[in-house]
Design a binder for this molecule. Structure first.
Ligand code: GUN
Length: 289
């Protein structure tokens, strides 16, 4: 079974080692990549994600700055913090952890982030660039999944990729990135009729719906590559994905576990985007000299 596992834990570690070396080189040139994270309120999952992001950025030698705000913060106050970070030359990446409290318009906040520092790849300018295949910050989870496929030498060209889930953060950009690599892409979602009939056609099946063990052996073709983006708790409180791993692993040719699959790649690609932003800033400042 082990040879079927796509370990984001191992591949993420490998990439973070590469990032660490590049950060050290940048530091020699007087540029320390800086990542700022804005965390609003006391959502426990968000606090855990942010703690991990900060820990990982420190481990590769980046500067990380946390702006922690109460859930009562106003939209204008939050916009003020974003503006300050936009203007701060020591910050190359800005991330506003989602979800935000209901009284704040997420779209307005994302729009306020300088697209050149939008290391989440959420700004409409960067989403647009991604859509037309221009170089930009790619949304970290789909970007991480593309890296997993690449490092495991899993062919994409001409394959039928089925995406289950159509979120702006994962499902939609995932399909676009696979399309750019010449996959034939089908999107499925909660209103899709006869889901198993479609998922069974997938050579590559990406599942991002947030429903515990929803995808069973009945949904999967023999030999499919299965990527599980889910991060759920089962009835015993154990971390598990959207895919019933024990059943599906029997049919899949390769599969990501939860935990240790896609999760570690999301953070890794955030660091990759921050590094890319710092490199770009340094190149521009050297060009101006
Ligand atoms: N909340 C859940 N995932 C993410 C993410 O990738 N970025 C941000 N900013 N918030 C999130």
């Amino acid at each position: 079974m082990d040879e079927k596992l796509i370990s984001g834990k191992a591949i993420g570690k490998e990439i973070r080692e590469e990032i660490k070396e590049k950060v050290a080189e940048l530091k020699k040139e007087g540029c320390t990549p800086g990542l700022a994270v804005i965390l609003v309120g006391d959502n426990q999952a968000s606090h855990t994600y942010v703690r991990n992001k900060q820990k990982s950025s420190g481990e590769v030698g980046m500067k990380s700055e946390l702006v922690e705000l109460p859930s009562t913060v106003t939209e204008d106050e939050l916009l003020g913090h974003v503006a300050k970070l936009n203007a701060d030359d020591s910050i190359h990446g800005i991330l506003v952890q989602l979800p935000l409290p209901n009284h704040i318009d997420e779209n307005r906040i994302i729009l306020a982030i300088d697209p050149a520092k939008d290391v989440d790849g959420f700004h409409p300018v960067n989403v647009g660039k991604m859509m037309i295949g221009q170089q930009t910050f790619l949304s970290c989870t789909p970007y991480g999944i593309m890296k997993l496929l690449e490092r495991k030498n899993i062919p994409v060209r001409g394959k039928h990729a089925v995406i289950v889930g159509r979120s702006n953060i994962v499902g939609k950009p995932m399909g676009q990135l696979l399309l750019q690599q010449d996959a034939t892409v089908t999107y499925c979602h909660s209103k899709t009729e006869d889901l198993p009939a479609i998922t069974k056609q997938a050579d590559i099946l990406v599942v991002a719906i947030g429903r515990t063990k929803f995808i069973t052996a009945e949904h999967v073709k023999d030999g499919a590559v299965v990527i599980d983006v889910g991060m759920n708790r089962d009835e015993n409180g154990k971390l598990c994905g959207d895919v019933d791993f024990d059943a599906v692993v029997e049919k899949a040719s390769a599969i990501t576990p939860v935990p240790g699959g896609v999760g570690p790649m999301t953070i890794t690609m955030l660091l990759e985007n921050t590094l890319q932003s710092a490199e770009q800033t340094l190149a521009e400042s050297q060009g101006q000299k």
